[in-house]
Design a protein around this ligand. Structure first.
Ligand SMILES: Nc1nc2c(ncn2[C@@H]2O[C@H](COP(=O)(O)OP(=O)(O)OP(=O)(O)O)[C@@H](O)[C@H]2O)c(=O)[nH]1
Ligand SMILES: [Mg+2]
Length: 578
């Protein structure tokens, strides 16, 4: 299915076209039919001759209802842009086009309608002229009359062609369904509708709305019941456990833990004009939220929203000033967890950092934040690349190097016979959110001995320290791929040398000739936590990218430490922590 929003000035014939294409009435309210104008969003659908299903979100053209228009267009990947032949380009033709441009809509169809009333050529030329300057340049155009039906066949063919060019959504990704309607059905309870642009919804799924858990009790798409709906789709979701008062247009239903609620966000504005000290309404998805604007640099600003929204880096929205009755700027979300600006000059420094990138990726977020977990990076909209430094933690290389240096400096400054700083104290000293990060920072020339961080030279003979460093390098990529007995011999980590390294806590032995690094158990526990529970030895072996030779003793070690427990003969589960 594809979902297409209409766009265009009031009375230009949008609803008439939707009606003609679908045989359905998009104007749902009696008041709309009485006044002959669309006030709120309308929904209608059809199956084209090509077999393609198209759902329309029909928007109002009247200037007073722009907020409703934006809620409909916000999540839609494509638009049918309508201009009346007898009226030509009008104010909301311009405003709707500005909205589509701000939201980054790149797919659509231009329709000059009411061609029975006037020569369509001048309007067509205007449409091409205006669209040509936007991301919609070059889209197909069709001339029709909703009254006589002339040109409707061409319109259908053009829609079928448009459908083939729309990008395939990712049906695996986390769901964020922007709600555009909420209603109650006697006996069924609360139902919300929206345009599903990514991911999959299934009956029984748990979701979150404003931080509250709800469960999907039933699903419908295009008026039919469904067990499962994949993007792109119009969808009606019957919710269990939902408080009706907690849900409204602009609320998002999201996959739990996959999104961070954001109240303060850094954005890039387009155009880059200065909006110093202003407030405006942020329109994003189906939401319309008042936002305070603080300019950071020429084209970047910090928004403080009246209520938090689940936002990600890369989201597009727009700012509209209801007083001036115009869109002030489009925006691209850069960072949903921006650092506080405390010191003088912090805003300018932040602007300079933001200006280093066009669209931030994980590397940019790590540069700005120093340390983030893979889960945080994904929830912020930038899946991590590369390997974590410890557990699920990723680090900006510059930040990591500076932490390493600070720890080494600190250890070096301590008196010669000092017993050494504990790992926990190091974590505190460096303000690290997880002690495993402090452990991970301990690399030659530092070692951990008896839980304390010491210069390697003081604890291990240089040859052994070097062997440990080489083992560390071996295990950098695949931390559970324990060296073979031959490799251990080659490294010189056998006999007394191995015993010394074990004693110093520089390596970990989990079985005969199975040697790993000291943080292997923690790392394994993190990896196993991602598996569906319970899991078999073979599941664990695959997840840890290792062999049975390592997986078996590793799991026994984890059992012994109470990190895992046997569920039956061949399956285990992680023991709940804490
Ligand atoms: N002659 C003629 N009249 C049309 C045509 N299309 C629409 N109309 C008339 O134009 C008026 C407005 O049409 P709508 O389809 O309601 O326009 P709209 O764009 O949906 O208007 P809003 O939703 O209020 O923005 C109605 O009276 C229609 O009957 C057409 O092709 N020819
Ligand atoms: Mg209408």
């Amino acid at each position: 299915m594809h979902v297409i929003a209409t766009a265009g000035h009031v009375d230009h014939g949008k609803s008439t076209l939707v009606r003609a294409l679908t045989g359905m009435e998009p104007d749902r309210w009696a008041e709309e039919r009485r006044r002959g104008m669309t006030i709120d969003l309308g929904f209608a659908w059809t199956t084209l001759g090509s077999g393609e299903r198209i759902a329309f979100v029909d928007v109002p053209g009247h200037e007073r209802f722009v907020t409703n228009m934006l809620a409909g267009v916000g999540p839609c990947p494509a638009a049918m842009f309508v201009v009346a032949a007898d009226q030509g380009w009008q104010a909301q033709s311009a405003e709707h086009l500005a909205a589509l441009e701000a939201l980054g809509v790149r797919h659509g169809l231009a329709v000059v309608t009411r061609a029975d009333l006037a020569d369509p050529e001048p309007a067509l030329a205007q449409v091409h002229g205006h669209l040509g300057k936007t991301g919609l340049a070059g889209i197909d155009s069709v001339v029709v009359s909703g009254r006589t039906g002339k040109g409707l066949d061409e319109l259908e063919s053009a829609l079928a062609r448009l459908a083939t060019t729309l990008p395939e959504p990712d049906t695996e990704e986390a769901v964020r369904l922007w709600i555009d309607r909420v209603f109650t059905i006697t006996g069924a309870g609360t139902v919300v509708t929206g345009t599903l642009t990514g991911g999959t919804l299934s009956v029984g799924d748990e979701l979150e709305a404003n931080g509250n858990r709800v469960r999907i009790r039933g699903l419908q798409t295009l008026g039919e019941k469904a067990e499962r709906v994949t993007a792109t789709a119009r969808v009606a979701v019957n919710l269990r456990g939902a408080d009706r008062a907690d849900l409204s247009r602009g609320t998002a239903l999201v996959t739990p833990r996959a999104w961070l609620p954001a109240r303060v966000v850094d954005v890039r504005l387009n155009p880059a004009g200065s909006l110093r000290g202003e407030t405006a309404i942020l329109h994003l998805g189906s939401a319309a939220v008042p936002a305070g604007i603080r300019m950071l640099g020429a084209g970047t600003a910090r928004l403080t929203l009246d209520r938090p929204l689940p936002l990600r880096t890369g989201d597009r929205g727009l700012l509209r000033d209801p007083g001036r009755r115009e869109i002030v700027a489009g925006l691209l979300v850069l960072d949903v967890r921006p650092p506080a600006l405390r010191r003088r000059g912090a805003a300018a420094a932040r602007a300079a950092a933001l200006d280093e990138v066009t669209v931030p990726d994980a590397a940019a977020l790590l540069r700005w934040h120093g340390l983030l977990t893979g889960g945080e990076l994904r929830a912020m909209g930038c899946p991590p690349a590369g390997t974590p430094v410890a557990g699920d933690w990723y680090a900006g290389p510059g930040h990591w190097a500076s932490l390493t240096r600070r720890l080494a400096d600190h250890v070096a400054r301590r008196p010669p016979h000092d017993p050494g700083i504990t790992v926990d104290a190091a974590a505190q000293l460096l303000d690290l959110p997880d002690r495993r990060l402090a452990e991970a920072l301990v690399a030659p020339p530092l070692v951990v001995e008896g839980g304390r961080i010491l210069p390697a030279a003081r604890s291990l003979p240089p040859a052994i320290a070097k062997a440990v460093a080489r083992l560390t390098a071996d295990l950098a990529e695949h931390p559970f791929n324990a060296p073979t007995a031959e490799r251990l011999a080659e490294l010189g980590l056998t006999g007394k040398a191995l015993a010394a390294a074990l004693h110093a806590g520089a390596v970990l032995s989990i079985g005969k000739n199975v040697v790993l690094l000291p943080d292997a158990l923690d790392q394994a526990a993190n990896t196993l936590a991602e598996l569906p529970s319970p899991f078999t030895v073979s599941d664990a072996r695959v997840a840890l990218a290792t062999s049975r030779r390592v997986a078996l003793p590793l799991l026994e070690c984890l059992d012994a430490r109470g990190i895992t427990q046997r569920v039956d003969n061949d399956r285990r589960a992680l023991r709940p922590r804490g």
